[in-house]
Design a protein around this ligand. Structure first.
Ligand SMILES: *[C@@H]1O[C@H](CO)[C@@H](O)[C@H](O)[C@H]1NC(C)=O
Ligand SMILES: *[C@@H]1O[C@H](CO)[C@@H](O)[C@H](O)[C@H]1NC(C)=O
Ligand SMILES: *[C@@H]1O[C@H](CO)[C@@H](O)[C@H](O)[C@H]1NC(C)=O
Length: 472
């Protein structure tokens, strides 16, 4: 049983797993992760529609508990508790399904730390009920770090509890004279290093992500709040079987580049029952992601739920099987958006946005294959292909433009389908404009409000099919 890998995502296999599991419930928890992902067919199988997404029980029952207070943590918000966390981790790591606890009622100052799972037993639980705060002095960050708290190379890792992870990011938002323009800025440029050196004593230019998971399988994050990150709040890189539920992200609308949840090179990811409010994308889905299911999430303020930006600096990007469903988005720049740079390659395929309720969103529906963070980017003919993008039941109010589809001349968007769209302007304003489409092919399955008559029907004629770069 322990080695049974549920490669197939089908519901049938889930049922078989249920029959086999009762005798070893714990072992099954990690394996069951996958069944949360429903196949993102154009319409969900009814079995998945009725599926009960109640959070599974996660526990480290019958196993050892390692409390950071027993390892010398002060929890007074001032003393450096990093060493105590490291010591508690080292002990917990040796015991299968152990629990490391960060108790409520205390505030722990922890410097940049990595909880490495390599050489550790699997299925460790990090029970976070207290508050962890980041240092704000430049000395703690060296010449710049990509993250503050990292969990790397785990096989089964859970963070749960009512606790708070506070990045104390305001010093980063206010301190640096320049902000990185995009969420996918390359941090290791020589310019970066020079700036860092000349600014010694100041915080480095590289702003850390608050909580990052890297190279792990079977990750669960639930219950906790992550707030005031210097940059992204919660990031998954190279992870599989990820569940995030009942999580809060909270940062001011004015905080720059503070994505809520950022996914990269990760597969089989489910995010639900969460409230995400920040200065940038509530969820950002980057290259290498597939089988991502986001539902029952509140988003805003921020930049909405975004796929991309993809294909920067002529890179290849592959994103597929993304479902965003039963989501409320309020006071954001965009609602559901796909953004790609000119000159990239690869593809975005099979995306479903359904039951999206928007409120005072500048542009609720957007595909932008001309994404550019400067005033001008060179025109290029290659592009990240965008196809099979479905919008069903998108309703609510906008403040500027209901729909914006700006697709590549050489590689138009195809298979864009719209069904039951009802978007009203929040008020009369001179900034309002109607739906915009450029080289967007697809179909209106129902009448829409407002009427969207700019979508082209059928398939692009004569346009070059970029078969090589389409392939992902
Ligand atoms: C930054 O690092 C990546 C990966 O290590 C590398 O591909 C890229 O060329 C580096 N960029 C610069 C500007 O050094
Ligand atoms: C996307 O979903 C389809 C089924 O709808 C599946 O065949 C395909 O393997 C999935 N793609 C990835 C990259 O997992
Ligand atoms: C890029 O193409 C657009 C549309 O064809 C055109 O309006 C614009 O001037 C071009 N920009 C550059 C920098 O060539």
């Amino acid at each position: 049983m322990g080695t049974l890998k549920l490669k197939s995502l089908s519901f049938n296999i889930f049922l078989i797993a249920l029959l086999v599991c009762p005798f070893s419930i714990r072992t099954c928890h990690a394996r069951q992760g996958k069944q949360y992902w429903p196949m993102p067919n154009k319409y969900f199988p009814t079995s998945m529609n009725n599926y009960n997404f109640a959070p599974e029980k996660i526990s480290g029952d019958n196993s050892a508990i390692f409390n950071v207070l027993d390892y010398g943590a002060k929890g007074d918000g001032r003393a450096d508790d990093t060493k105590a966390f490291e010591a508690a981790w080292e002990a917990a790591c040796k015991v299968k399904a152990s629990t490391i606890t960060v108790p409520s009622g205390s505030v722990f100052l922890v410097k940049p730390i990595s909880f490495s799972g390599s050489g550790c037993q699997p299925d460790i639980v990090f029970q976070l009920d207290g508050k962890i705060i980041a240092p704000t002095d430049s000395g703690s960050w060296g010449s710049g770090l990509l993250q503050w708290i990292e969990f790397a190379k785990h096989d089964g890792i859970t963070i749960k509890g009512k606790g708070i992870i506070d990045g104390q990011g305001s010093v980063w938002w206010n301190d640096s004279p320049t902000y990185y323009p995009t969420d996918d800025f390359t941090y290791n440029s020589s310019e970066d290093l020079q700036q860092t050196e000349s600014n010694s004593g100041k915080l480095p230019n590289t702003k850390p992500t608050a909580l990052r998971f890297y190279g792990s399988n079977g990750v669960t994050v639930t219950g906790i709040t992550i707030q005031n990150s210097p940059q992204t709040h919660l990031k998954f890189d190279d992870c599989t079987n990820v569940q995030v539920f009942s999580v809060g992200v909270s940062s001011p609308e004015s905080s720059p580049n503070t994505d809520g949840i950022h996914l990269q090179n990760s597969q089989d990811v489910v995010i639900y029952n969460s409230n995400l409010a920040c200065g940038d994308d509530c969820v950002s889905i980057q290259t290498g992601c597939s089988n991502v299911y986001i539902h029952n999430v509140n988003c805003g303020p921020g930049h909405g739920i975004s796929i991309g930006s993809l294909g920067k600096d002529n890179t290849r990007a592959c994103v597929s099987n993304i479902t965003v469903r039963d989501v409320k988005i309020q006071n954001t720049l965009t609602g559901v958006r796909i953004k790609t740079w000119q000159g990239g390659s690869g593809s975005v395929q099979n995306v479903m946005f359904s039951n999206i309720q928007v409120s005072e969103v500048k542009t609720p529906i957007m595909i932008d294959q001309f994404y550019c963070d400067k005033s001008k980017c060179a025109n290029e003919s290659s592009a990240v292909a965008v196809s099979g993008i479905n919008y069903i039941n998108v309703k609510g109010t906008y403040t500027e433009k209901p729909v914006h589809f700006a697709c590549s001349d050489s590689l138009p968007c195809t298979g864009v389908s719209l069904n039951t769209i009802q978007l009203n302007s929040v008020q009369e304003s001179e900034h309002l404009s109607g739906p915009f489409c450029w080289e967007a092919y697809g179909e209106l399955e129902t009448a829409t409000v407002p009427p969207i008559d700019c979508l082209k029907t059928g398939k692009p004629s004569g346009a070059t099919v970029q078969s090589k770069s389409d392939y992902c």
